[in-house]
Design a protein around this ligand. Structure first.
Ligand code: PAF
Length: 281
């Protein structure tokens, strides 16, 4: 497994792979890898001749400096885990290699997807994500790129960006990996205190509840039920719960049986922000 920090070295490897007509799988990550990431990488190694993982904590997608500063970095452990996945190359650049002297986002239109849910609560977050994913797509030009469904809005936004920017890349969405207690795996979970860890599975319980209630109750009743669950909890603060159309990501007040819906949730445990979602079909 090659570990590379310079764009030039990556592009030179990519051009030899392309001349040999090899397929390339890309899994972009911000490190602090867990089983969810590893499942994407394993899928990439199964489906492609050559698999690349990027590890880069992208500064432009953080709206709070504190969140960026506290983002877990575990490079040595990550590399140890990656060696076992069959990954061929890890690209782990410094910020200056990617952004030179201008740590700035490009401005994108994602046809409104960016204004829903996460977009309302994390300023310019999706411009930052779009900027870095576009840069990696340009450098690596993968055949397929792998993203987790835990960040479902991000996944849909990346699909939109890929289409609008005419990238010939297949975007593969992969299912959420969960702890035994149901908590969606996330790099941020490592920062939870014992007490927060004990309470956090309530997020998935609430989502499962909404799947059952979606059959019989109105959207308002479901929304109110979720609010009540979190009002009774001293450790977790609900930021939002929304039932939204999977394609437009717009929240709904009434069901239309011809459409697919998901429930989306964001919760604070102290300063740690946790998100999750579930299909309602
Ligand atoms: O999901 C993530 O870890 C990040 O948003 C991504 C896609 C690697 C871009 O920095």
């Amino acid at each position: 497994m090659k570990i590379i920090t310079k764009i030039e070295e990556v592009t030179s490897i990519i051009s030899s792979l392309k001349s040999l007509k090899k397929t390339i799988g890309l899994t972009p990550t911000m490190g602090a890898l867990h089983k969810g990431h590893l499942s994407l990488i394993k899928k990439s190694t199964q489906e492609n001749d050559f698999s690349i993982v990027t590890i880069f904590v992208n500064p432009t997608q953080f709206d709070k400096k504190e969140d960026l500063d506290n983002y877990p970095t575990t490079l040595e452990e990550d590399l140890f885990l990656l060696k076992k996945t069959g990954c061929d190359l890890v690209f782990t650049p410094q910020s200056s290699e990617i952004y030179q002297n201008k740590v700035d986002s490009e401005s994108f239109s994602f046809d409104g997807l960016e204004y829903e849910m996460e977009g309302k609560h994390r300023q310019n977050h999706f411009d930052g994500v779009g900027t870095i994913v576009k840069k990696f797509f340009e450098i690596i030009s993968p055949t397929k790129a792998y993203f987790g469904e835990k960040d479902f809005q991000q996944l849909q936004i990346i699909r939109k960006m890929t289409h609008k920017e005419n990238f010939d890349i297949e975007i593969i969405g992969c299912p959420i990996f969960r702890e035994k207690d149901g908590l969606a795996m996330s790099s941020r979970n490592t920062r939870l205190t014992e007490n927060q860890k004990k309470e956090a599975p309530l997020i998935y319980k609430a989502l499962k509840n909404s799947v059952i209630n979606f059959q019989t109750k109105s959207i308002t009743e479901i929304n109110n039920g979720i609010k009540q669950i979190f009002e009774k909890n001293d450790i977790l603060d609900l930021e939002y719960f929304e039932i939204a159309d999977e394609k437009t990501l717009q929240s709904i007040t009434k069901k239309d049986n011809s459409k697919n819906y998901r429930a989306f949730i964001a919760v604070y445990a102290g300063k740690i922000r946790l998100i999750d979602n579930i299909s309602l079909q």
